[in-house]
Design a protein around this ligand. Sequence first.
Ligand SMILES: Cc1cc2nc3c(=O)[nH]c(=O)nc-3n(C[C@H](O)[C@H](O)[C@H](O)COP(=O)(O)O)c2cc1C
Length: 331
Amino acid sequence: MRPWLLLPSKLAHDISPYLLNAYSRFKSLDHYTWEPFEWKGLQFSNRLGIAGGVDKNGENVEAWWTLGAGFVEVGTVTPQPQEPNPGKIMDRHVSAEALWNKMGFPSKGCQVARSHLKALYQPHFSPVFVNVGKNRNTPNEEAAKDYIYLIDHLHEYADAFVINVSSPNTKGLRDLLKPAQFKAFLSPVIEANQAKSPVRPILLKISPDMEQSDLLSIIDTSYELGIDGWILTNTTSGPRNGLPFPDEGGVSGRPLSRLSKQVLKWTIEHLGDRREGKLIVSCGGAMSSEDVFFRLQLGADLVQAYTALVYRGPFFFRQVAKAAESTRIFR
Ligand SMILES: Cc1cc2nc3c(=O)[nH]c(=O)nc-3n(C[C@H](O)[C@H](O)[C@H](O)COP(=O)(O)O)c2cc1C
């Protein structure tokens, strides 16, 4: 029984934070420990976390801790507050277990996210990644300044940063991933982060829609610049394969699963020994415990979910933890 699927997707999306918060008030924080993992001093009690976009302003981190998330990604946070894109911004296709969105980084802005992050229980119950993005009015030539501003203002409260240049919903954003722009954009962002104390790990979130050669060139360039890892992947703006979604925007959930695993395989094979010490997070259509485990077997360190929380519900973390307990691989 998934009563929230009877509501329009935007309404269900808008009321779920209130329900989550109410639920978490009656329950203590809960660790679901399976395959615990340590990376750069961060302790993950399990390998499954929430993806960017679920908690855009860091308002429900404790609720996600209560529900057993192995880590939480807050954001995308933009420097200044901004509204979502105009018109319809999300939809779902239940039988395909797919979501479509063209939200465009609705954000209460850096100061609000900062105050929520500052108020969190310390030390963090499980790691909190902060996903950062530029305001839609900032031209690409000045985009690095937005990311540096966010790192400056949030680094005290983030366990790691995620650089988001892979959303299809901010016009021109993915152009920053083109070889001609990428290095000039990322280099000052990584330098600014390295000048901070303490230096936070910094990850790059990748689009699933790049040609293999472009993807591998982005992996190489970001590796050479000192990136600490990759989140593979964002939503797809590729062919809709019969799903009745608009051409603009991005699709997530089951239809993205194959593409996201392909990007994971290509990246791991390409990195070879160079992946030592780097964090690889698989995201995109992980809809079942088996699929979460499969990505770990392919070599991902961590897995994230957004759409599974809509189709499986907020107890997805518990379901996966139970399956991990009874699965030989994770005993
Ligand atoms: C409604 C919605 C909003 C999203 N917002 C963001 C966002 O703000 N930042 C981001 O990096 N990814 C965002 N994403 C992408 C997810 O983080 C994730 O990469 C994508 O949905 C694939 O994972 P999934 O198939 O488990 O949903 C959003 C996805 C959805 C469905």
